[in-house]
Each structure stands twice: as structure tokens, then as C-alpha cells.
Design a protein around this ligand. Structure first.
Ligand code: DGT
Ligand code: CA
Ligand code: CA
Ligand code: ZN
Length: 578
């Protein structure tokens, strides 16, 4: 079976290759829109195709993209892509990332100088071969050289958690400027996206110059990319770019709205504005029905949404997924908040690969205001982490019994285990042991490269095991580093629904698994989701906020998340499974 991600990747690649060939923008956009739409479908498009659904009924999917989907699903490949790949090597697409390099110029470099990647481009520039081409000069060559660095850096996106560290430090640095009246971060950072391409800071200040001077004096600054009257961009030593814009007070809300994006969300807003004889941009919202621009507002973000008769969408919702539909129905879901979380159901101690003792983890969780936790160390198969065999596990549980007695109902510690799903299928601990546990997480750590059939069957086996409560980090993806297993998540979710099993949203910033789109899919099926930190240290417990952010992007409400319940209600729900 072909997954939504695989199909979307193929469509994106076609879009890239067509762009390189200078195909008309309309066709390219059709592929890109299709890729995006399919990436975010809550159900496998292959299942819809097999059911005989009309794919063109899906938003963002036109006739030609639908045909490509059918071909991919039926044959496992696309003739068009095979053809395109013959014509254009994949690495050539990197050339398009050099600022100022359009598809025409890139094609010329490829066709005339046989340049296939950024390294060859750099060499050609250094040797002065590029300036010989028509339309290129010595100056262009210099610009390209400077741009290659940018293009190479642009390949890396920061984890949200890392971007957050940078953001806080930068804001603290800038706050020293007295003339700053307002300051906010916008962009993907504000939308809580799991990776952030660059940071976008907006400032209102009486005087621009001191703000920019201070920005340019940031300790981790590597270079100033550009400085204009109201905008300045810098690159940090870690390669990360930060854009700063100084805006007038009456435009602050409009700029915040505009630069928070997403672009797709903004496109819809602009369309709505046009329909109402209004115009929005980063300066404000204007009545243009008289032929003149009349400022209606823009100091606050709310001004824009109010005029358009739309709710003030939480930034995490602004992806043009379901938010406009919700608004039309008159109600946005109330998204979960960090303060709603009452328990943490996945953490490790020094018994396996954690850095803090059982007692320290309990103390830390209590001091963070939680009411209950589950201790879930690894099972024996994870030998690298000294995983627990039945005896050691039972010893730990005896210790937990004593601690619970000591805690006297003021805090609850569940006797849990993160039990491996073995490569050959089956659980890493015998049923009689699992039966004694209060809380069993099942997870895959080995054999992640198995075929779709194998790994799906393994996980389905765990879902069907009566002692398993929840599947931990269900897709195994690592943000920026590792693709999900080949698992057929849709089947797993349906089985989980049938067997009353729960799904974890692992809050660790490099996992965030389930990710937002999958969260929505689980929610659709009414499967309880548990947001857990998978803490391996006391500080690891603070990762909860990353998980909550991801849950918000997935549209989850307090009631969709099991560990927002009190200890009593959590146990009640757990015992009522099935
Ligand atoms: P990133 O930085 O790649 O993680 O993603 P964003 O969303 O932060 O994108 P960025 O930094 O390029 O621009 C910030 C926001 O500004 C973006 O979400 C929407 C808005 N924006 C930027 N350029 C355009 C544009 O050409 N058209 C529209 N409609 N909006 C734009
Ligand atoms: Ca950005
Ligand atoms: Ca930016
Ligand atoms: Zn774990």
C-alpha cells in the first residue's frame, strides 16, 4: 500500500522537477496543492481510491493529480516521474534554493555547464566559469557564491524546542532597549510547528536605530544578512536566521497576523477580504470599496479577524486545515492547555536508562503539580538500557507499593512498563507479568526497518494483547532525522478503537509522535490520547509543553486527552476500556 506521505512526496518532487524545467506555474501549483492536501488527509487516500471514491471531490485535488494518485496506488510508480528523473538529476533542485536563482538560470547552469549540485556550482563560480554564461556576470557570480551558504543552511530547520531557546534569549537581549513598546515572535514559531525555518520578530519602537543596533550586537550573531530602514536579518553562529521588523503601532496587529501565517491561512483570509470589499496586508485592514483605502484597524490582531467576522484563531490552528470549517460551524474547539495536564504516563528511572531515581522522579512530578505518574522503564529486550526482566520489574513494583503507601493518597504512582514489541512479534514480557501492571505501554525499538506488513502485524499484535493499554511513540519517527516506520497507522488506529486501546503523543521534542495530523485521525475515531514526556531525567518532565503544543496543532481538546483527568477519573476510564 502507498501511504499519504509517500504520495505527497512524489507529487512534491514532480512539482520541483517541473519548476526546474520552467513549466507553467499553474501546473506546478496543482501538484503542490495536491501534495499538501494529501499529506494532511486523516485517512489513507489509497483506501478511498480502493473504495471507489471520487478523489477530485477532495479539496486541493484536481483531475490530473487524482489520475496520478490512482496510477501510483495501482502500479506503485509514476511513469511521469521516472521520465522526469531521467531528464533532471535530483541534486540539481538544490540550485533553486540559492537566493535569486530562478528555474531558468538553474537550467542554464545545468544544461551548459553540466552543474549538478551546490558543490559543483561553488567550484564553477570560484573558477570564474559562470560569468561566461549569457545573462550572468562577475557580480552574479559573487552573489551566487554568497547565496550558496544561505542555500546550504536553508536545508536545516531547527526543532521547535531549540528555536524556543534562541527566541527567549533574543527577546531577553532585545528587552534592554528602552524605546521598545511591543515585541512578539511570529511565523512558524508562534504556530508551534515542530520545526522552525527562521524566527520572525516584530517590534514597535519610538526609535528604530537602537533596536537594530542592539539586534546586531547579539552575542551569537555570525553575520548581518541585511539591514534596511525597518527590516533587519541576521544569521546566528548555528546557521539560524532571524528576521526583525519594526512596525508602526497602528500596524502591529496586522503585521503580527500577516507574519504569523501560515501563508495558506493568509491566502484564504485575503480572499475573504476581497469578497467583502476589504483589503488586508501587513499594515492593516482597509475598506477599498470607494476606490480609496480607508484604514479600519490593525493595531491588534483581533481587528483583522473582527472585520472579517472570523474568530481570533489560536496560532496553532492557522494552517488552512479545518479552522475555516470550524468557524463556519460557529465554534472553534477549545484547544487543550498545558495547565489541563494532571498526569504523566511515560518515564524512566535509574533502574534502566533514566538519570534520576524513582523517588526523585516522583518528587519532581509532584513539585510540577501533577497528581499521578506511571513509571515505565524498559523491558529486558532493550539490553543497552539494562531493560528489566520479570524479577527486577517486580522488585521495582514492590518499591512503588511502599512509596504509594507513604504518599497516602496525596499522589499516585502507577506500576508501569514500556514493554518492547519483539521483532518476531509478541511482547517482551510474559502475560502473567504484564497482567500485574497498572499500565502497559507497548513500543517498537528494534526491527524498525521491517516491511509494512511485518511491522504493522507486530503492532497489531500488541494492540490485541489484552494487557497492553497504550502504544508508545506509535510511528517511530524522529523529527528531521528518521522517517516513521512503514506502519499502516490507519489499521493500527482502527484496531485500537476496536480493542479499546489508547495512543501516546510522545512529547519529547525530537519525537512528537503521534504528530499533529495523526492526532486528528485518532481523535476522529474517539481514541483517547495520552500526552507523555518519556522523561529520562527530572528536567525531561518539562517536555510536556512541546507535546501540548503538538496536540493543539492537531486540534485536540482537553477531553480528547486522557491524562487531563483527575487520578480517580483516569483510573476509571482506564478500567472501563472495552
Ligand atoms: P518557516 O520560517 O519556514 O518555519 O515558516 P514561516 O511560516 O515562519 O514562514 P516565513 O518565515 O517565510 O514567513 C513568515 C510568515 O509571513 C508566513 O507564515 C506568512 C507570511 N508570509 C511571508 N511571505 C509571504 C508571502 O509571500 N505571501 C503571504 N501570503 N504570506 C507571506
Ligand atoms: Ca519563519
Ligand atoms: Ca522569515
Ligand atoms: Zn520510553
Amino acid at each position: 500500500m502507498t501511504t499519504n506521505t509517500q504520495i505527497a512526496d512524489v507529487l512534491d518532487e514532480i512539482g520541483d522537477l517541473l519548476e526546474f524545467q520552467g513549466t507553467n506555474a499553474f501546473r506546478i501549483r496543482a501538484y503542490r496543492n495536491g501534495a499538501r492536501a494529501i499529506r494532511e488527509l486523516p485517512e489513507p487516500i489509497s483506501a478511498m481510491a480502493e473504495r471507489g471514491d471520487d478523489l477530485t471531490k477532495l479539496a486541493g485535488i484536481g483531475k490530473s493529480v487524482a489520475e496520478k494518485c490512482h496510477e501510483l496506488i495501482d502500479t506503485g510508480e509514476l511513469k511521469q516521474l521516472v521520465e522526469l528523473r531521467k531528464q533532471v538529476p535530483h541534486s540539481v533542485l538544490d540550485l533553486l534554493r540559492v537566493p535569486g536563482m530562478g528555474p531558468k538560470k538553474a537550467a542554464m547552469l545545468f544544461n551548459e555547464l553540466k552543474i549538478k549540485d551546490l558543490d559543483e556550482l561553488k567550484e564553477a563560480c570560484e573558477q570564474g566559469r559562470v560569468r561566461a554564461l549569457k545573462g550572468f556576470g562577475e557580480k552574479t557570480e559573487q552573489q551566487i557564491l554568497a547565496g550558496i551558504e544561505v542555500a546550504a543552511a536553508a536545508n536545516t530547520r531547527m526543532l521547535w524546542a531549540d528555536a524556543d531557546d534562541v527566541a527567549r534569549s533574543l527577546l531577553a537581549h532585545l528587552k534592554a532597549v528602552k524605546s521598545i513598546q511591543r515585541m512578539e515572535l511570529a511565523g512558524s514559531y508562534r504556530r508551534g510547528k515542530e520545526t522552525v525555518g527562521d524566527l520572525d520578530i516584530l517590534v514597535v519602537a519610538d526609535d528604530h536605530q537602537p533596536v537594530m543596533d542592539r539586534f546586531g550586537a547579539y552575542e551569537d550573531l555570525a553575520t548581518v544578512i541585511g539591514r534596511g530602514e525597518t527590516k533587519m536579518s541576521i544569521r546566528l553562529k548555528n546557521g539560524f536566521q532571524v528576521d526583525l521588523r519594526v512596525v508602526p503601532a497602528e500596524s502591529f496587529g496586522a503585521a503580527l497576523q500577516y507574519f504569523t501565517g501560515s501563508k495558506e491561512h493568509n491566502v484564504v483570509l485575503r480572499g475573504r477580504a476581497r469578497q467583502q470589499g476589504l483589503k488586508i496586508n501587513e499594515y492593516g485592514i482597509f475598506d477599498v470599496s470607494s476606490g480609496k483605502e480607508v484604514y479600519l484597524g490593525g493595531a491588534e490582531e483581533r481587528d483583522i479577524y473582527d472585520q472579517l467576522k472570523l474568530p481570533l484563531f489560536p496560532p496553532e490552528m492557522r494552517e488552512n486545515r479545518r479552522e475555516f470549517e470550524w468557524a463556519e460551524q460557529g465554534e472553534l474547539p477549545r484547544l487543550i492547555e498545558l495547565g489541563d495536564i494532571r498526569g504523566d504516563l511515560h518515564m524512566h528511572t535509574t533502574a534502566t536508562d533514566g538519570k534520576a531515581s524513582l523517588r526523585e522522579m516522583i518528587e519532581a512530578a509532584r513539585s510540577r503539580g501533577l497528581q499521578y505518574i506511571a513509571i515505565t522503564d524498559h523491558s529486558q529486550r532493550v539490553s543497552m538500557a539494562r531493560g528489566l526482566d520479570p524479577q527486577r520489574l517486580r522488585d521495582q513494583w514492590a518499591e512503588i507499593d511502599d512509596l504509594n503507601e507513604e504518599l497516602d493518597g496525596k499522589f499516585l504512582v502507577l506500576k508501569g512498563i514500556e514493554c518492547d514489541i519483539l521483532e518476531k512479534g509478541g511482547m517482551d514480557l510474559p502475560d502473567d507479568v504484564l497482567e500485574e501492571a497498572d499500565w502497559v505501554l507497548a513500543s517498537v525499538h528494534y526491527g524498525q526497518q521491517q516491511s509494512r506488513k511485518q511491522i504493522t502485524e507486530r503492532i497489531l499484535g500488541a494492540v490485541e494483547n489484552p494487557h497492553v493499554d497504550c502504544i508508545a511513540h506509535p510511528t517511530g519517527r524522529l523529527v528531521n532525522r528518521r522517517e516513521p516506520y512503514e506502519v499502516d497507522l490507519d489499521s493500527v488506529l482502527h484496531a485500537a478503537k476496536e480493542h479499546g486501546k489508547w495512543m501516546e503523543l510522545n512529547a519529547s521534542p525530537e519525537r512528537l509522535d503521534l504528530h499533529d495530523v495523526n492526532c486528528a485521525a485518532a481523535q476522529n475515531l474517539g481514541i483517547p490520547i495520552v500526552i507523555s514526556t518519556d522523561a529520562h531525567s527530572v528536567l525531561g518532565l518539562d517536555q510536556m509543553r512541546y507535546g501540548v503544543l503538538q496536540a493543539r496543532r492537531g486540534g485536540l481538546r482537553k477531553e480528547d486527552v486522557a491524562n487531563t483527568r483527575t487520578a480517580k477519573d483516569f483510573l476509571k476510564l482506564l478500567r472501563s476500556r472495552n
